[in-house]
Design a protein around this ligand. Sequence first.
Ligand code: AMP
Ligand code: ZN
Length: 668
Amino acid sequence: MDVLKTIQSLREELNFHNHQYYVLDAPTISDFEFDLKLKQLQDLESQHPEYFDENSPTQRVGGAITKNFQTVQHEYRMYSLDNSYSKDDLKDWEARIQKVLGNVDLAYTCELKYDGASISITYENGKLKRAVTRGDGFQGDDVTTNIKTIKSVPLKLKGDDFPEKFDIRGEIILPLSGFEKMNQELIEIGETPYSNPRNTASGSLKLQDSAEVAKRPLDCLLYFLIGNNLPFNTQFDGLSHARSWGFKVPQQTKLAQNLEDVFAFIDYWDVHRHDLPYETDGVVIKVNSFQHQDELGYTAKSPRWAIAYKFKSEQVSTRINSIDYQVGRTGSITPVANLEPVQLAGTIVKRASLHNADQIEKLDIRLGDVVYVEKGGEIIPKIIGVDLFQRNSEASPIHYITHCPECMTELIRHEGEANHYCPNYYGCPPQIIGRVQHYITRKAMDIEGLGGETVALLYQNGLVHSYADLYDLKVEQLLPLDRMAQKSAENLVNGVQKSKEVPFDRVLYALGIRYVGETVAKKLAKHYKNIEALSKASLTDLILVDEIGEKIAQSVLEFFENNDNKLLINRLKNYGVQLELIEIFNPNATDKLVGKTFVVSGVFSIFSRDELKKSIEDNGGKVGSSISAKTDYVIAGDNMGPAKLEKANQLNIPIITEQEYQNMIDEN
Ligand code: AMP
Ligand code: ZN
């Protein structure tokens, strides 16, 4: 049948392009073309649920929710690695091996030690069967649905020389750029950023909502194959084979003919690892020959044929000159140390975050102290300790500020929170400016002709105190400002006026309510339809909304209880900003089909397929993608798939024609 062929060829094509893009980093079509093909496949699959395939590229978007991850026994145990910290350690290791093997020539595979969460993935007949976390090495959690959303993990292998069944091991990592982007988004909504990529990667594997995992820019780097009848005899060959089957095996991997080569590899990567797009914390050295590996075997915890060499995390010492306290958009205070500039891991470091008051107290940092600075898991260097021998006897402990450095208001610290806050929501300049800056960003009101610096300028000149003030701006008021020509002033005013067309969900995000990010704003907008209703919602009511927890609900409540906010929102309303969802009025809508689920199959003549589905939804019904016990009716056109027909009969589900459907909605 033609449809099946089209589906299969689209799957092949999409698999090919995924591999080009995510594994080889060499895309051959545009994202747009890719999305078109994916959409086409999604449509075909939903029209033909009989051709469902759990390994179709459409399954990568996720959606399945796992409440409890199944515990699964590893067929082959996942061992740890012994660590070494010096070249002498490695020489000792080789000597121990030579003692067992009897002075043979030894080649080694050198790999980087990727810093993430380990995973074991089973393939059967070229298809991804199951992915399990390391757990305790004997058994781990089945996280298959989450792993499938990672685009560089092949769902179906290339070539034909893979064994019928094998496990492949690797590391799930979060590249630095993706990590920074995720954190940027958290900071935007006033949330605490993640502390490092490794924990974030490993936390991602255990998220219940696989669609959430699909959104995270995770990657999977593979380093080890295990199984019967592997068509190669060495670790290095194994990696090449894995690559040819479509796995992402980093190209840095090298075959070393002796320990000298291994040392050269270590020396090179000790410096150049900082150029990689992801974090590594060492090198893993593996005896190359499987025969040698077999002879060497395992200790209780780790293979004797492999060892990790740990990089020293780079540290320098330098002096703390002063501490700045930065006030964020939400009023949160971050202490930042100003350091005597110093070279560290390829960059000059002048500042380091001190996180919060507890951290300063814990490290007992004093002004003028010589401190150790490290660039480890985090991107921003951190202070890890004080060189007490160099402490000036007069240095006194730091007294954390009690008042906001910007507006002098007394700081508060909520129970259980690490950070201090400036509560002067309406009078604290960085908070005022930050809120307006957030309001105009692309994902919020996307105001053309207005940037963050201009916002600060407008504030300093007394023109803007809140986002509502933007709507009163006149060209004449702007002209006296620095570098503000007639044209740019007009653009700014026009841009502001145009933002009145921005839909309610984005306006809601733009308001800058703490913890209300883009997604939450969408959910709230959809649920409450207008700001009136949202502002009247109670805590219990808010919590009932999908994905809204107590923290968010509390914050929404506080926002709307505030009188200044009420006034602001009134002003926005008067200016004509969208404070309700505009729903296109549909004269055909009824609730005749509420509670009924339909599956549509075949070719129709009264309706097109899409019209039919839309009609079901307009009348309150649901469209299911496959027949199950929950299906109430199957609407069959010509050429209904035989598998579907059988399934419907089996479950005793009424099969109706489109005419019968039409009659159903025409009835009174
Ligand atoms: P450890 O957790 O210190 O016992 O180190 C062992 C872990 O290193 C393994 O479980 C893997 O998750 C991880 N690892 C990272 N890169 C590699 C690699 N190239 N080969 C083997 N293990 C690796
Ligand atoms: Zn303040």
